[in-house]
Ligand binder design. Structure first.
Ligand code: FE2
Length: 387
């Protein structure tokens, strides 16, 4: 067996209503007096943000600043602005609250609070991160990103629209608060897309060249939990048991995908999301079945097992045939939860393909660890399959 290292550096707190019962005590335990809450206008407008602020308002020994200008697919412009706001207010902690865009932005801002400078300089290697993030609290309101646990953030260069991830052990959030009550009321289309992002993390991490025995345990559990709970949560968003399981499945695969790496789905998904400002979950979900089918011959038994964990039927016992059932199971799930299946569903066409191929091929790190070797010709074929 090849060697590996595995670490989860974040304290994970899971409990219904943890925002009410645990956030303040965690802040006090870390001697925090003035956090900056990083979120988006949707979260602020729908009343979710007030769950945190009402709680903090009960205590005289803590005040807070809110930066609610995070956009879907955040660029360096918002991140650098959020950093200026938190720094000007002399904040001593960062609370990320929302979906992946808010949690990633919070992580980048927490890095800048300790290390200074501008975020793109770190992504391009002009600057190196020297001090770990300190007092970063992440509270997800979706069950898709995993950013509450990972040592990774993703940012879009506003000039080139290229979406790149930045990974460093020093970026591990200090505390992740998983409160499934935050998921209640999530619009169905956001629940669907974000959970498919989570499923992409689990499948990619399970089938990448970086997978190992340890990450396999996490991924198998996570794939099965998503397969068992996503339809139920979509059909009845008030089903707290399904929502809790989806939130935990996301956290479980996040512990492992940051060790095993992602692959072709995220390389394609970032190209699509970055260039056309399509939400990350929608982009990854769209690319998931074609990339899974392409990858399936790299490890037929493993892909057949994915189909099994997702509850697919029609197995022949021949792994070379059964491996293709994985993509079939994913398409069936996507159909049930009304996700877009083609580029034309997103109003894109053949003329967009050269740029998508070019941007996909720039994700050399993720392509390098993908379970099957992949060239530009393969990528072009896959994008064409999605027309
Ligand atoms: Fe993702």
């Amino acid at each position: 067996m090849k060697g590996f290292s595995f670490s989860v550096l974040t304290k994970i707190i899971y409990e219904e209503n943890a925002v009410q019962t645990k956030l303040y005590s965690e802040l006090k335990a870390n001697n925090i007096k003035h956090p900056c809450i990083i979120t988006d206008k949707g979260i602020a407008g729908c009343g979710l943000l007030s769950r945190i602020t009402c709680e903090l308002d009960k205590h005289d020994d803590i005040r807070y600043t809110v930066f609610d200008s995070v956009e879907v697919n955040p660029t360096e412009v918002e991140i650098d602005r959020g950093y200026s706001v938190a720094k000007a207010a002399n904040c001593d902690a960062i609370i990320g609250f929302g979906g992946g865009s808010s949690l990633d932005s919070a992580k980048a801002i927490a890095m800048l609070m300790e290390n200074g400078g501008e975020v793109l300089d770190y992504c391009t290697g002009k600057r190196t991160i020297e001090k770990p993030v300190r007092n970063l609290f992440e509270i997800p309101t979706t069950a898709g990103t995993g950013s509450e646990i990972t040592k990774i953030f993703v940012v879009i260069n506003s000039k080139t629209r290229f979406k790149a991830g930045f990974k460093n052990d020093l970026l591990a959030p200090n505390v992740a608060i998983l409160d499934p009550m935050m998921l209640l009321g999530l619009p169905q289309h956001i629940l669907a897309a974000t959970c498919m992002d989570s499923l992409s993390h689990a499948i990619e991490g399970y089938t990448s060249k970086g997978a190992n025995l340890m990450t396999d345990f996490y991924m198998e559990k996570s794939i099965a939990m998503i397969g068992e709970n996503l339809r139920g949560a979509y059909a009845n968003p008030g089903n707290i048991e399904c929502q809790s399981n989806l939130m935990l499945a996301c956290a479980i695969n996040a512990c492992a995908f940051q060790q095993s790496g992602l692959g072709l789905v995220h390389s394609m998904g970032h190209a699509l999301g970055g260039r056309y400002n399509i939400p990350h979950g929608v982009s990854c979900s769209l690319c998931l079945p074609v990339a899974v089918d392409f990858n399936s011959i790299s490890n037929p038994a493993r892909f057949a097992k994915i189909a099994q964990m997702l509850g697919e039927a029609g197995f022949t016992g021949n792994a070379n045939e059964d491996c293709h059932l994985a993509a079939k199971a994913i398409r069936r799930l996507m159909k049930d939860i009304n996700l877009p299946m083609t580029l034309s569903d997103l109003k894109l066409s053949e003329t967009d393909i050269p740029a998508l191929v070019e941007d996909t091929m720039k994700a050399t790190g993720m392509l390098g660890i993908n379970g099957r070797n992949v060239c530009a010709g393969d990528v072009e074929k896959l994008w064409r399959e999605l027309l």
